[in-house]
Design a binder for this molecule. Structure first.
Ligand SMILES: NC(=O)c1ccc[n+]([C@@H]2O[C@H](COP(=O)([O-])OP(=O)(O)OC[C@H]3O[C@@H](n4cnc5c(N)ncnc54)[C@H](OP(=O)(O)O)[C@@H]3O)[C@@H](O)[C@H]2O)c1
Length: 237
C-alpha cells in the first residue's frame, strides 16, 4: 500500500462515528471536526456527561461553521460501541485494558476501530515511552487482543494536539501517521483525516509498526518543552 494510493481518497459517505471517552480533550476535537459530514456519538462512562458534552460541542461547531450536515449526540460507552461504523478509542493507556475488554466485544463485525492511544508518562527527565521504560505492550498490541477482527484496527492521530484539533478557527498544517493491516480500513481512516482541513495521512505500515507512531508523541513533546515550541506537530517534507 503506497502513501500515494491512500492520499487521493474520496470523502467517506456519512458514517456513525463513536468516540469512547468522547468527553475528553481529543474527543471534543474529533466531534467538532467530523460532525460537518457525519453523525458523531460521544461516549462516556456516564450518559448524562456524554449528553452534556454533545450539546456543548454542537454549539461550538454551529458557531464555527454555521451549518453542519451531521449531528452530535451522547450516550454511555457501551451503547455508542454497539451503534458505530467507526469507533475511536479516545482513552488513556492506563484505562485501555479495562475499557477494551468491556467495549470491543460489543462492536459490529465491520466496525473500524481507531486507536490514538499514546503509552507515555512524564518523569523528571521529560516524556518517556512506557513500553520501553516499563517493558509493557504498546497501545496497538493492548487493543488488538480484544478485537474480533484484528485487521479492522487502525492506529492514527497520535501527533496532533487536542488544543489544535478542538479549535476550529486554527488552521492546521501537519501529518498524521497511520498504521493498519487492512487496506479498506486504512482508506476509511485516511478519508476521515483528509476531511480535516490541513491534515494529511502518512501511512507507515502494518499495525505491528504502530509503535513508530506512538513514540512520536513523547518525541514531539520533549522537543516542545526543551525548545519552547508551542503546540508542535509533525510534517514530512
Ligand atoms: N490530548 C492530546 O493532545 C492527545 C494527542 C494525541 C493523542 N492523545 C491520546 O488520545 C487519548 C485521549 O486523550 P485525551 O487527552 O482526550 O484523554 P483524557 O481527556 O485524559 O480522557 C478521555 C476520557 O477518558 C475517560 N476516562 C477517564 N478515566 C477512565 C477510566 N478509568 N476508564 C475509562 N474511561 C476513563 C473520561 O471520560 P468519562 O469520564 O466521561 O468516561 C475522559 O473524558 C489518549 O490515549 C492520549 O494519549 C492525546
Amino acid at each position: 500500500m503506497s502513501n500515494r494510493d491512500n492520499n487521493n481518497i474520496a470523502r467517506n459517505h456519512s458514517l456513525k462515528i463513536g468516540i469512547i471517552g468522547g468527553t475528553g480533550g481529543m474527543g471534543k476535537g474529533f466531534a467538532i471536526r467530523w460532525c460537518i459530514n457525519h453523525d458523531v456519538l460521544v461516549g462516556s462512562r456516564d450518559s448524562a456527561r456524554a449528553a452534556q458534552s454533545a450539546e456543548e460541542y454542537t454549539k461550538i461547531a454551529k458557531d464555527a461553521y454555521g451549518k453542519i450536515n451531521g449531528t452530535i449526540s451522547g450516550n454511555d460507552n457501551a451503547a455508542v460501541a454497539k451503534e458505530s461504523d467507526v469507533l475511536v478509542l479516545s482513552i488513556q493507556y492506563e484505562n485501555t485494558e479495562s475499557t477494551c475488554s468491556q467495549i470491543l466485544p460489543l462492536i459490529k463485525d465491520d466496525c473500524i476501530v481507531i486507536s490514538p492511544i499514546v503509552p507515555m508518562t512524564k518523569t523528571d527527565k521529560g516524556f518517556e515511552f512506557i513500553p520501553i521504560k516499563e517493558n509493557k505492550p504498546f497501545s496497538y498490541q493492548l487493543v488488538e487482543k480484544h478485537m474480533k477482527d484484528k485487521t479492522k484496527l487502525v492506529s492514527a492521530f497520535h501527533v496532533i494536539s487536542e488544543k489544535k484539533l478542538a479549535n476550529p478557527s486554527l488552521s492546521l498544517d501537519s501529518d498524521i501517521f497511520v498504521c493498519g493491516d487492512d487496506q479498506n480500513s486504512v482508506n476509511v481512516v485516511n478519508g476521515l483525516i483528509n476531511e480535516i482541513k490541513g491534515l494529511r495521512p502518512i501511512y507507515l505500515g502494518p499495525g505491528s509498526f504502530s509503535y513508530f507512531a506512538e513514540i512520536s508523541t513523547p518525541l514531539l513533546l520533549n522537543a516542545m518543552i526543551r525548545n519552547k515550541i508551542k503546540n508542535p506537530g509533525i510534517k514530512i517534507v
